[in-house]
Design a protein around this ligand. Structure first.
Ligand SMILES: Cc1ncc(COP(=O)(O)O)c(C=O)c1O
Length: 414
């Protein structure tokens, strides 16, 4: 049980929390502790209303007329405008479309064309797998002309030489939550003539990101994690304005043409980020993400960061005395200055523990091998939820409930 001292401390933090009222904007099932907003953000209530209206009125009644009578056509840019302030970009530097994987392919290919004569794409070992897969297949299309080099983190800076066209890194590591020094790595890449591309999937909406302050060249990121855009929400991409007119998009679909409705035989890219559209934009997904982003209006990102850091600190502080006896290994930094918005614990039975926690009202997620991620979404979590999460975790570990057969069964999605 939570000691009364601890309970009072957490209640006091909730009472003084400047973001406390934000929870009312979200649907959170009663009795559930949801520490998985780093994977799929909770549903903002206003998204359900917006989708109802888009489906029933704009689609149901407006039919094809809604392409001109509503904001459908502009949605990729309008979503980009709402994401821009969250990532330190200007409104015309961000557009929302496709998945993070597809957007990474488009930008990395554009980077290769911007650095002729350089043949290396550089990333770190243990980066999120889609980033590595995409770079690998992009390189293979050049039949030896481009190669992917995958380097251990401590050797990364030294590996940036005059052969490197592009450095691709995830700002907050998906497994450990460690934050990369965006400004430092970007400067090191650019000093050697390379470009730097950042995957912001675990950063945007959870901590202050300053792409332009860091001089970043390019970025991509997910819409369904801390931005709460819903399952499979469209992703976004950023390119610094100074690069816009040189960017060559490999997926030259009609939606990225300068004049899609002129039906011309020759492709001519749209100006700026518009060229990164490929096919027809997914209106339902974009409308959901656009509405979800409205929740951030007027919210101070420093408050979000402070709360998420403190939640991570509390989680570690409350659990650490028990880690050794439970066989849990903390793989996230204890220093919140270099930790993003999730904390990961490794255990050989991590998968079964994750499932038994869910059965007891605590949702986190699982990443092979052995890692359980606990994400802190400051917009809808209370400090008391951290105390309750620790209680559930302690109960499951003390009783070794994860050994029960029902928790060992694997699903396609973990
Ligand atoms: C760091 C990172 N990049 C990319 C992705 C995948 O993005 P998408 O499914 O939009 O391609 C994820 C998904 O979890 C991720 O964590």
């Amino acid at each position: 049980m939570t000691s009364s001292f601890r309970r009072e401390r957490l209640q006091d933090l909730d009472a003084r929390d400047p973001l406390a009222a934000m929870r009312t904007h979200f649907e959170i099932p009663a009795g559930l502790i949801y520490l998985d907003g780093n994977s799929l953000g909770a549903l903002p209530k206003r998204v359900a209303d917006r989708l109802e209206s888009v489906i029933r009125h704009e689609w149901g009644e407006g039919l094809i007329r809604s392409w001109t009578q509503t904001d459908w056509y502009e949605l990729p840019r309008l979503v980009g405008e709402r994401i821009a302030p969250l990532i330190g970009a200007a409104a015309d530097e961000v557009i929302a479309t496709d998945s993070t994987s597809a957007n990474l392919f488009k930008l990395a290919a554009a980077a290769v064309h911007m650095r002729p004569g350089r043949k290396v794409l550089l990333t770190e070992r243990g980066n999120f797998q889609t980033d590595v897969y995409i770079l690998e297949s992009l390189a293979s299309m050049f039949r030896g002309g481009i190669i992917l080099r995958v380097i251990e983190r401590p050797e990364l800076i030294a590996a940036i030489d005059e052969d490197v066209a592009l450095v691709v890194l995830t700002h907050v590591h998906y497994r450990t939550g460690e934050i990369f020094d965006m400004a430092g790595v970007t400067a090191a890449a650019q000093a050697r003539g390379a470009l730097a591309l950042w995957d912001l999937s675990h950063s945007a909406g959870a901590l202050q990101v300053d792409l332009n302050g860091a001089g970043a060249d390019m970025a991509v990121g997910c819409g369904y994690k801390f931005l709460n855009g819903g399952p499979g929400a469209p992703a976004y991409l950023f390119a610094a304005r100074r690069h816009h007119e040189q960017l060559r998009q490999p997926l030259s679909g009609w939606a990225g043409h300068a004049r899609p409705f002129a039906f011309e035989d020759r492709y001519e890219p749209a100006s700026a980020m518009g060229r990164f559209l490929c096919g027809s934009p997914p209106i339902l997904g974009l409308a959901a993400l656009h509405e979800a982003l409205a929740v951030f209006a007027g919210v101070n990102m420093a408050d979000i960061r402070a709360k998420s850091s403190l939640m991570g600190d509390l989680f570690i502080e409350l659990l650490q005395p028990d880690c050794a006896r439970f066989g849990l290994t903390l793989v996230s930094p204890t220093d919140s200055r270099i930790r993003g918005s999730h904390v990961s614990l490794v255990h050989p039975q991590g998968f079964a523990i994750t499932r038994s926690l869910a059965a007891h009202g605590l949702i986190c997620d699982y990443r092979e091998p052995g890692a359980m991620r606990f994400g802190f979404s400051p917009l809808y979590l209370r400090y008391q939820d951290i105390g309750r999460a620790i209680e559930i975790l302690r109960h499951v570990m003390t009783e070794q409930l994860y050994n029960q057969a029902e928790y060992q069964r694997r699903h396609a999605v973990t």
